[in-house]
Design a protein around this ligand. Structure first.
Ligand code: ZN
Length: 328
C-alpha cells in the first residue's frame, strides 16, 4: 500500500473515488526524525463536506482505532460526496507509551489549541489543529474511559447546538450527555473554529471491544447519511438514547476497598446503594448511596482507594423500569 508522506493535509491533491493513506509530519523528535500521524482519507467521487474523526488523542484510548479501520475498509467512495478524514492515532507519543498523556505528562485535551511557540505538547497541539483539524467541516472525537474506569457508549456535546445536537442524536449511543464544551478541549476548539463537534466515548481503555466498535460504526454510518456524505439508509437501532442534561461524579470520603453496585447503563433511584467501602480488616466502613435518581454513565473499576477516590459517573435523568437502554 502506498503511503503519502507530507506535512500538510491537502485533500484536493488526493485521488477522487479512493481511500488514501497519509503519514502527516507534525513535529520532529529529538533525533530529527519526523513524528507522523497515520491518517486515512476517503475522497468521494463528488464534492461535499469534510467529515473528520480523531482517535487516541488520549494515547491509551483505543476503541476508536478499529472503528476507523473498519469505517474506511467498508466505505464506498463511488457513493461518497465529500471526504472522510480519520486520524487513526492523534497522540503518537502517548500511544507508544500506552498512556493517556503526551510525552511531557500533559493532557492534550486540556491545552487546545496549543501555541506555535509553546512547550512540546502545546506545539504539537497547535500543529494538530492547524495542519489537520482546521480542514474539517464536522468532527467526531473518539475516546474511551480513563485507566481504572469503564464507560458506556455515550456522547458529550452541546445538545442545544443545532448541528452538534443533531450529530449526537444521529450517532445513537446509549446515553447523550449535555456538556457545553469546556475550554481547551479538542471539541471546544473545533466549535470555536465553527466546526460542529461531539465527543464519542466508546467503552473502556486499553482494549478493543467488538460490540462498542460495531455500535459506533452503525451510528457513524447513519450520521454520514444525515450529513449528506452517503445515501441515507434505514437501520433498526433499538431504543433512543437516554438524555442527561447534567451529570456528577460521586467520590469516597474515606479510604478503603471499594465494591461497586450498579454497572454502566443501570438506572438508580435516589437513596439506592451504589458502593460499599471496607477497611483492611474486611469490616464495612460505609455505604454510598445515590444522591438523586439517574443512570450510570461510567464507573471506577479500581478497588483500592484513598479518600476522594472516584466511585461512579451519574447522569441526571429520571430512573425507572419503564426506560430502556440500547443493549450492547
Ligand atoms: Zn479521552
Amino acid at each position: 500500500m502506498n503511503v503519502l508522506h507530507t506535512d500538510r493535509l491537502d485533500i484536493e491533491s488526493l485521488p477522487r473515488g479512493a481511500v488514501s493513506r497519509v503519514a502527516l509530519e507534525l513535529v520532529e523528535n529529538a533525533l530529527g526524525g519526523a513524528i507522523r500521524l497515520p491518517i486515512l482519507v476517503a475522497r468521494g467521487a463528488r464534492p461535499g463536506p469534510v467529515f473528520g474523526l480523531t482517535a487516541a488523542l488520549h494515547g491509551n484510548e483505543l476503541n476508536g482505532i478499529p472503528v476507523l479501520h473498519r469505517l474506511f475498509d467498508r466505505i464506498d467512495t463511488t457513493k461518497l460526496r465529500g471526504s472522510v478524514v480519520g486520524v487513526v492515532v492523534a497522540n503518537i507519543p502517548g500511544f507508544l507509551l500506552h498512556q493517556r498523556e503526551f510525552l511531557d505528562g500533559r493532557d492534550l485535551n486540556h491545552l487546545m489549541p496549543g501555541k506555535p511557540d509553546g512547550s512540546v505538547s502545546e506545539l504539537y497541539a497547535h500543529r494538530l489543529i492547524e495542519r489537520v483539524v482546521r480542514h474539517f467541516d464536522f468532527l467526531v472525537d473518539l475516546h474511551t474511559a480513563s485507566f481504572g474506569r469503564v464507560n458506556s457508549l455515550y456522547i458529550r456535546t452541546n445538545l442545544d447546538h443545532e448541528v452538534s445536537g443533531m450529530m449526537a442524536r444521529r450517532l445513537r449511543p446509549q446515553i447523550l450527555l449535555h456538556n457545553p464544551p469546556s475550554d481547551r478541549t479538542l471539541r471546544g476548539t473545533a466549535m470555536e473554529l465553527g466546526i460542529p463537534a461531539v465527543t464519542l466515548e466508546i467503552g473502556n481503555p486499553h482494549r478493543f471491544q467488538r460490540r462498542y466498535i460495531q455500535a459506533s460504526l452503525v451510528g457513524l454510518r447513519g450520521l454520514m447519511g444525515e450529513l449528506g456524505l452517503l445515501p441515507k439508509r434505514k437501520i433498526a437501532e433499538g431504543p433512543s438514547p437516554v438524555v442527561c442534561r447534567s451529570s456528577e461524579w460521586l467520590y469516597t470520603d474515606r479510604g478503603g476497598f471499594l465494591q461497586l453496585g450498579p454497572d454502566v447503563t443501570e438506572f438508580v433511584a435516589e437513596g439506592d446503594s451504589v458502593a460499599r467501602l471496607t477497611n483492611a480488616y474486611g469490616d464495612l466502613v460505609t455505604e454510598y448511596r445515590a444522591p438523586r435518581a439517574g443512570i450510570v454513565i461510567g464507573h471506577s473499576v479500581e478497588p483500592v482507594g484513598q479518600a476522594g477516590a472516584r466511585i461512579l459517573h451519574l447522569g441526571h435523568t429520571k430512573s425507572g423500569p419503564d426506560r430502556l437502554v440500547k443493549e450492547l
